[in-house]
Design a protein around this ligand. Structure first.
Ligand SMILES: Cc1ncc(COP(=O)(O)O)c(C=O)c1O
Length: 400
């Protein structure tokens, strides 16, 4: 039998997709679940954006587009970066991908390879680690926790840098912790990077608009403009505009890096969907006021979920500053025993207990390279949050 490529051994399949499949199976068997696994907005794509997509079809806008995105979408992205982030990019400094995910994967492949190290904090978005492996490089994990507000700081960054460091990944607001870097915190990281001119930085800003308690969003290229020649600022319409299925992500950065990503796309993805690109223009150029309304709803759900978990014995939860995730620490339930007689040793055991006995779906920490935590998405209804957190509370109380 022919062998598969050794490349497949360099990374794990997405744990979130696996769990999604398991939960879908249960649901199809007629089981009620309180599902906190989904990493996508539960809002519908706004009608004016859908209409732009429909109009594109009617206008026959259904053919191949330039690989790095249409001229019109790149212009809209350039306006977005200028309006929201004080970043000025010419069209040749912008690349569009079929979602931010393939764009980030191509961005890594363009700058790192065998022998290179990529710094990222853990807990992290699992795909960042997977994509590092896929590019042939090695993740250099910097564990962060409640003590550092789940953020990298200059001291941790300095300690993590080695002669092999080629790339730093920042993700703010963070999936999965909800940590948000302030402009000052980014400037301080920028000062460290100033002394290391051979390190690229990828700033994953997908959750830019979901930011709580009156904080202002900042991104590294804006806070540390002196580094702009080596920062790729990645964003997209999936999370902010409830457009996960349309598959449009984009990046702005130095021409060399952008051209490298475009070159990879010429032999992999090709251009993104023409209809989705037309819809993304409507998203970026259209009314923006609903974003603040949605953020208010996400913040209310965060507060509801935190209140629901407050009296769950054994759980502690930091207050997320953005995104739509909670990352409760479940150290306090380890060593306890379920009513069925199983000893809980890890967050995976605890998550299985929640799933099997209480119908509550959360994602255990190892999926995010950490323990003993689990991730809950609050991109779901208030009814699910209230009932689901009550079940988690009861599940904790039932442990002995
Ligand atoms: C931090 C982060 N970056 C990037 C992505 C990818 O987004 P897209 O839907 O545009 O591929 C996700 C999706 O979950 C994410 O959480």
């Amino acid at each position: 039998m022919p062998a598969l490529s050794s490349r497949l051994d360099r990374f794990e399949p997405s744990p979130i997709s696996q769990l999604f499949d398991r939960a879908t199976r249960k649901k199809s068997e007629g089981k009620t679940l309180w599902d906190f696994s989904t990493g996508e907005p539960d809002f519908d794509t706004p009608p004016h954006i859908c209409l732009a997509g429909k109009n594109a079809i009617d206008a026959g806008d259904t053919r191949y587009t330039p690989v790095a995105g249409t001229v019109a979408l790149k212009a809209a992205i350039s306006r977005k970066f200028s309006r929201d982030n004080d970043l000025e990019f010419s069209p040749s400094q912008i690349v569009v991908g079929a979602g931010a995910k393939p764009l980030i994967a191509a961005a890594m492949q363009a700058v790192v390879g065998t022998g290179d190290e990529v710094i990222l904090t853990t807990p992290c978005w699992p795909s960042h680690v997977g994509m590092i492996g896929l590019a042939g490089a090695t993740p250099s994990r910097v564990p962060v926790n409640e003590k550092t507000a789940f953020k990298l700081n200059p001291e941790l960054l300095s300690r993590a840098i080695t002669p092999r460091t080629k790339l730093l990944i920042l993700c703010s607001p963070s999936n999965p912790t909800g940590a948000v870097y302030s402009a000052d915190e980014l400037r301080a990281l920028g000062e460290v990077l100033q002394a290391h001119p051979d390190i690229w930085v990828l700033s994953d800003d997908l959750y830019e608009h979901i930011i709580f308690d009156g904080r202002r969003f900042a991104t590294l290229a804006q806070a540390a403009p002196g580094l702009s020649e080596r920062i790729l600022t990645v964003n997209g319409v999936s999370k902010s505009y409830a457009m996960t299925g349309w598959r449009i992500g984009f990046g702005g950065g130095p021409r060399r890096w952008i051209d490298g990503i475009g070159k990879i796309f010429t032999q992999s993805n090709g251009g993104p969907c023409s209809i989705s690109q037309a819809a993304a223009i409507a998203a970026l150029d259209g009314p923006q006021s609903f974003l603040a309304d949605w953020t208010k709803i996400y913040q209310h759900r965060r507060d509801l979920a935190l209140a629901g978990l407050k009296h769950a014995p054994g759980l502690e939860c930091a207050v997320p500053e953005g995104a739509f995730y909670l990352m409760p620490n479940c150290a306090g339930v380890l060593g306890k025993t379920t009513p069925g007689g199983t000893r809980i040793k890890t967050s995976t055991d605890f998550s299985s207990y929640l799933f099997e006995h209480w119908g509550v779906v959360v994602i255990p920490g190892p999926g995010f390279d950490c323990d003993p935590y689990f991730r809950m998405s609050t991109a779901t209804s208030e009814a699910v949050i209230t009932a689901g957190t009550a079940r988690i509370r009861d599940a904790c109380k039932a442990l002995t």
